[in-house]
Design a protein around this ligand. Structure first.
Ligand code: PMV
Length: 362
């Protein structure tokens, strides 16, 4: 969609060396993307809240190469100040795949410094924050060299499209507060190719919302998201699931516009359990929940029944619990976590997060 052979630098008039740095957050899906086709296109639309504290900082440095006749991508890569060959190889493959979009990448020597704001062994997925931060740096680079992304809406859309190619759910991290990715009749302009912002359309309650991530286990998952998406292709419930997600997105979106916490919470929890149920009925089947995940879920439901406080859980493709609640009950909920939930977390670890303003250029 964005192939552009004209984005080539004139080697007789090379640009000055420069760099860009973006901080980009993770996001938590309320309606889950699970199942894909083609180049990371979603089988159903998804809706997420953009987070604030769990983020990746990425700096992209560039200078014209001596020999700019188009050899392989020239990249030095540092993760938390250390060279990391496994990550470098992934990013090189990603950038190579982007050369029809950014032909100039092969004319440059690139250096990437990247790092996460959260401990890397916390079991918090970083692909959404990492790929969105890189996509934003690439758009800044294109704009600096060619002046082609001056309009903020064009810039964000291209960044979201690029982030999606890197890691599907990353496309939703580009926008403040909340985003929808995937075609749905309820959001005008929605697309399978990129996410669109919906933060301005939802009730302000959801812009002051918290997501405390209870780390049940920081171990790497036994089955990756990539493998999980692929297993949806043979899942006997796949079509029913995609129809359900489309229907739920409509109900959720109405509830979020109206500020209806109860419907929001019911759908958030149903979606989390549906995601894990799909894993349990894949072929081969697998389970990523752990006994402590279930213990926390039970505690949350008990607490809600006893206090009436609107505290809900959701899950990613892993055992950690995301606790969702409005800012006005933060003191009560933080006390509940400390008194009753932290004991189920690995070393008592909880990553406090909340709905944020989206990426920022540093
Ligand atoms: O973006 P991926 O390929 O890592 O898949 C993400 C899948 C879930 O986190 C489980 C759901 C979602 O929509 O983010």
């Amino acid at each position: 969609m964005y192939e552009n052979p004209r984005l080539i630098l004139d080697s007789s008039n090379p640009p000055e060396p420069g760099s860009f740095t973006w901080r980009s957050p993770s996001n938590i899906a309320i309606i889950k993307y699970w199942g894909k086709y083609g180049l990371q296109l979603p089988r159903n639309p998804s809706l997420s809240l953009t987070l604030a504290a769990s983020c990746t900082d990425t700096q992209l440095e560039y200078e014209m190469r001596e020999d700019d006749s188009g050899g392989p991508i020239d990249l030095e890569f540092y993760f938390h100040q250390e060279e990391n060959e496994a990550f470098r190889a992934k990013i090189v493959a990603f950038l190579e795949s982007l050369t029809p979009v950014f032909p100039f990448l092969k004319q440059l020597k690139l250096t990437v410094h990247t790092g996460n704001s959260f401990p890397h062994s916390a079991g918090i997925a970083s692909s959404a924050s990492a790929m969105s931060a890189l996509a934003l740096c690439l758009c800044s680079l294109e704009d600096a060299l060619f002046g082609t992304l001056r309009e903020p809406a064009d810039f964000d859309r291209k960044a979201s499209w690029l982030a999606r190619l890197g890691s599907g759910s990353a496309c939703r991290s580009i926008f403040p507060h909340a985003a929808v990715w995937g075609e749905t009749a309820v959001v005008q302009g929605s697309s399978n190719e990129y996410a669109v912002p919906v933060g301005d359309l939802i009730h302000e309650k959801f812009r002051d919302f918290h997501d405390d991530i209870l780390i049940v286990s920081s171990e790497e998952k036994a089955v990756s998201s990539r493998a999980g998406h692929a297993l949806m292709e043979g899942n006997p419930f796949a079509e029913a699931r995609y129809a359900q997600a489309r229907q739920r997105l409509g109900v959720l979106f109405d509830a979020m516009r109206a500020g209806d916490l109860e419907t929001f919470g019911r759908i958030a929890e149903d979606e989390a359990l549906t995601l894990h149920a799909l894993m349990m009925c894949s072929n081969p089947s697998y389970v990523l929940l752990q006994p402590n995940s279930l213990a926390i879920i039970e505690k949350v439901r008990e607490y809600r029944a006893e206090t009436g406080h609107p505290v809900y859980f959701t899950l990613d493709a892993g055992p950690n619990i995301h606790l969702l609640y409005p800012g006005e009950i933060i003191h009560e909920v933080r006390a509940f976590i400390g008194d009753e939930l932290a004991e189920f977390c690995e070393n008592g670890y909880v990553q406090q997060d909340w709905v944020g303003e989206g990426p920022e250029e540093m």
